[in-house]
Design a protein around this ligand. Structure first.
Ligand code: NDP
Length: 341
């Protein structure tokens, strides 16, 4: 039999809980059940990402479709092909799956899989970690909206996370002064060790505006925002003329019970007076574009040369995967969250 993680209920507001998921076993799919252009895969690694919370809100007007109740939830994953009814992939191939069902074994359409280079088994995890979606997001946000120039100062929130770690290192490699922010002393140590010039723990700060000013007395040229809310507001109070704000994520607001409870920004006038650019990014728009090749060229090269570090928070066992999603909202993950199935 196989293990599956189903969406059990939606939570429009408030913190998600284990009750949002149902972990169950089911009969294993067999190769005889394959239809043309389907493949039977065994999951190896699944990415765990904050946007999955949004798929459990239950609205139909989000930028990503909601999970269907009583169906397996899904996310980016890497799997090994056990049987194939397609000429494109063969048994033993390692594949990347954009909407991999959270099942230990699945039947998926070949259109959803991308064959990874032969020999990938030893570094299969890289494709949902250092070369995964959040890393690509970091690259896209930094290069297309951040437009970094040597000598500038960048502020990065959730700097020890999946996106943040890459932003810190790519910005440092481009000659910026990097200021990192994270939620524990261990995380601050990591952020400094991978290249931040300074970093502080926002959880022990009693005044975000003053803490940012202290860390960056010269002001902020780029703010790479992973958290939104009050911290974003404080960053806006510290921007320089011509600043770019990369609106990547607002994790501090994902569980807001209603629009009334979401944090209301106060310092937006600074966007005008500092002639700043405030732009959102959705990484999905960049798949299959030349930016993806640029990303793999730069990040792949740095990683191969040992010049890029990537801390990973690995959970073992699909049955423990729902807790890994919840951990993101308590800051319990330390590094890119991934499930070893
Ligand atoms: P992380 O690995 O950074 O994990 C989430 C972290 O967020 C936690 O560890 C915690 O770190 C921090 N956090 C949780 N709650 C709060 C809070 N209330 N206030 C401040 N920080 C909090 O996740 P990712 O790197 O995968 O994602 C980072 C952001 O980027 C998210 O907002 C995500 O939605 C967004 N994103 C956007 C994409 C896009 O296309 N726009 C694509 C991918 C990600 P700490 O201990 O430091 O508080």
């Amino acid at each position: 039999s196989i293990t599956r993680v189903l969406a059990n209920k939606y939570s429009p507001s408030g913190a998600p809980s284990l009750d949002n998921f149902k972990v169950m076993s089911a009969p294993a799919p067999t190769k005889d059940s394959l239809k043309e252009n389907q493949v039977l895969v065994r999951s190896l690694y699944l990415s765990v990402d904050p946007y999955q919370r949004g798929r459990l809100i239950g609205t139909t007007n989000s930028y990503v479709p909601r999970y269907e109740l009583n169906k397996p939830i899904s996310n980016h994953g890497v799997a090994v092909v056990e049987a194939s009814a397609s000429a494109d992939v063969a048994e033993g191939d390692i594949v990347y799956i954009r909407g991999a069902p959270w099942e230990t074994k699945s039947v998926v359409d070949v259109a959803a899989v991308r064959k990874l280079p032969t020999g990938t088994i030893d570094n299969a995890r890289d494709f949902v970690t250092v070369f995964g979606m959040p890393s690509f997001t970091a690259f896209v946000g930094l290069t297309t909206i951040g437009k970094p120039k040597a000598g500038e100062t960048i502020l990065v929130s959730s700097a020890s996370g999946a996106v943040g770690q890459i932003v810190v290192q790519l910005a440092k490699a481009r000659g910026l002064r990097v200021v990192g922010v994270a939620g524990s002393e261990d995380k601050i140590e990591l952020v400094k060790s991978i290249g931040a010039d300074t970093a502080f723990n926002y959880k022990t700060s009693d005044n975000f505006v003053a803490s940012i000013k202290q860390a960056a007395p010269e002001g902020i040229d780029i703010y790479f925002d992973n958290v939104g809310g009050e911290f974003l507001d404080a960053a806006l109070a510290n921007i320089n003329t011509g600043a770019r704000i990369v609106s990547c994520g607002m994790i501090s607001q994902y569980n807001a019970k209603s629009a009334d409870e979401a944090y209301g920004l106060k310092n937006t006038f600074n966007i005008l007076t500092k002639t700043a650019t405030f732009q959102g990014i959705l990484v999905g728009k960049y798949y299959g574009t030349p930016t993806e090749d640029e990303f793999m060229a730069e990040v792949g090269k740095l990683y191969k040369e040992g010049k890029l570090q990537y801390r990973i928070d690995e959970t073992t066992g699909l049955e423990n995967a729902p807790q890994a999603i919840l951990n993101l909202f308590d800051g319990k993950n330390f590094g890119k969250s991934v499930v070893k199935v």
